[in-house]
Write a protein that binds this ligand. Structure first.
Ligand SMILES: *Cc1c(COP(=O)(O)O)cnc(C)c1O
Length: 410
């Protein structure tokens, strides 16, 4: 008989520095070209414009426009919809604050729908329960790269004539029934932040198939100045949300690596899933039939009845092995943050909350069973395109060992 030696602890590739990223000579070469050209603004240079054309072609959409962050891209999408003050945007509270603050900046009210605890994604049923005559848009987040069930969501939205915005910050190249996310709703938003599938440190992209919405998004990035128009003017209130040529050059080089990076993320995720499927008390990501999950992160669901201490205890066990995982993901629903609980917005005005229907800002936990359960059970593992078999095998064995330890101790 052989004696099992515990597998050696490995340092996992980390997407906050070079070990977990694919930044290299290609990015350096294009940045050098940008610098040598002496043109660093995207209004005059060609890198960001080329990036926009390539990204639009990749998605097969009418237009893509680069913005200075994912938050800016979302702000552009909301501004393109142009809600009246006090209008409601139905969305999720398990997301990045960058998907929510732009709603308030445009004078609209984020109205939270509950999520499916298995995926932490919005569902059509939950959205339907919070629709009102003031609903002006639905903003869905494809969390961790796992697409929302867009079929029923689009059916509901189309029946009511409500535009859908897709937050694809975590979901580059994810698909639903062969359609890429970001192209299913009226507008799609992407982030190029440090840890996303494609990075320029900070950056974003907004896409649309609707020429009018795309035009408004473009203008919103550019202080609403009508570049290229006969008699340009500042047509409406807007900001400068442009990406620079330096970032455009990096993004352009990164785009060449996106398909390979996604393939690696998916292949390694499938490997981890196959190694953990039989582990009682721990559920691997639930991907709907016809959906393609592109694994920004790999999220486990931990059943506290089967694994004593649940996701927090399991996470602590993994952290002992040097695995930087995140039990509970964002810790609390977004509506439990001070901006919502205390309505801290512009001075002491509380605007736009002053215009909200009481039901729209009722954050009673009883309305959000899926949200609280989802956060309690979720354990987010680190993940990036530099993960290889050895890293996955180490992760799988660390999860098994930690689960066994917790079960034996109880
Ligand atoms: C990262 C992220 C954003 C915001 O993007 P930034 O580039 O950080 O501004 C928005 N939504 C989701 C789901 C994200 O993950």
């Amino acid at each position: 008989m052989t004696i099992d030696t515990p597998p050696q602890d490995l340092t996992l590739p980390n997407d906050q520095e070079s070990s977990g990223r694919t930044l290299g000579t290609e990015e350096i070469a294009l940045v050098q070209e940008a610098i040598e050209s002496g043109t660093l603004t995207s209004t005059k240079g060609s890198f960001t414009k080329t990036l926009e054309k390539e990204f639009a072609a990749r998605l097969g959409v009418h237009a893509a426009y680069a913005a200075s962050s994912g938050t800016a891209a979302i702000h552009c999408a909301i501004a393109a919809i142009d809600p009246e003050p006090g209008d409601e945007i139905v969305t999720t509270s398990i997301t990045d604050m960058g998907a929510l603050s732009p709603i308030l900046y445009q004078g609209a009210i984020p109205v939270f729908a509950d999520v499916d605890p298995a995926t932490c994604n919005l569902t059509a049923d939950a959205i339907e329960r919070v629709l009102s005559p003031k609903t002006r848009a639905i903003l869905v987040t494809h969390l961790f790269g796992n697409p929302c069930a867009m079929g029923p969501i689009m059916e509901l939205a189309n029946a009511r004539g409500i535009p859908v915005i897709e937050d694809c910050a975590q979901a580059f190249e994810a698909e639903v029934d062969g359609r890429k996310v970001g192209t299913i709703g009226a507008l799609g938003c992407f982030s190029l932040q440090q840890g996303k599938h494609v990075t320029t440190g900070e950056g974003g992209i907004v896409v649309s198939n609707d020429p009018e919405l795309a035009r408004r998004a473009f203008l919103f990035i550019n202080k609403a100045w009508g570049y290229g128009d006969k008699n340009p003017d500042h047509y409406f209130l807007a900001l400068n949300y442009r990406l620079s040529e330096l970032q455009g050059a990096v993004a352009l080089a990164q785009m060449e690596k996106l398909d390979g990076g996604v393939a690696q993320r998916v292949e390694m995720a499938n490997r981890l899933t196959s190694k953990l499927t039989d582990l009682p008390g721990v559920a691997t990501p639930q991907v709907a039939p016809g959906a393609k999950h592109t694994y920004w992160r790999y999220a486990l669901t931990v059943d506290g009845n089967a694994v004593p201490g649940g996701s927090v205890a399991l996470g602590a066990g993994l952290r002992e092995r040097g695995i930087a995982c995140a039990p509970r993901y964002i810790q609390k629903p977004a509506f439990a943050c001070q901006v919502f609980t205390q309505q801290r917005t512009f001075g002491n005005s509380r605007f736009p909350f002053t215009l909200a229907r009481p039901e729209a800002v009722d954050y009673d936990p009883a309305n959000f069973p899926g949200t609280f359960r989802g956060l309690e059970e979720i354990l987010v593992l680190p993940w990036n395109e530099r993960f290889e078999e050895q890293h996955v095998d180490f992760l799988a064995s660390a999860v098994r060992t930690a689960v066994n330890k917790l079960q034996e101790a109880s």
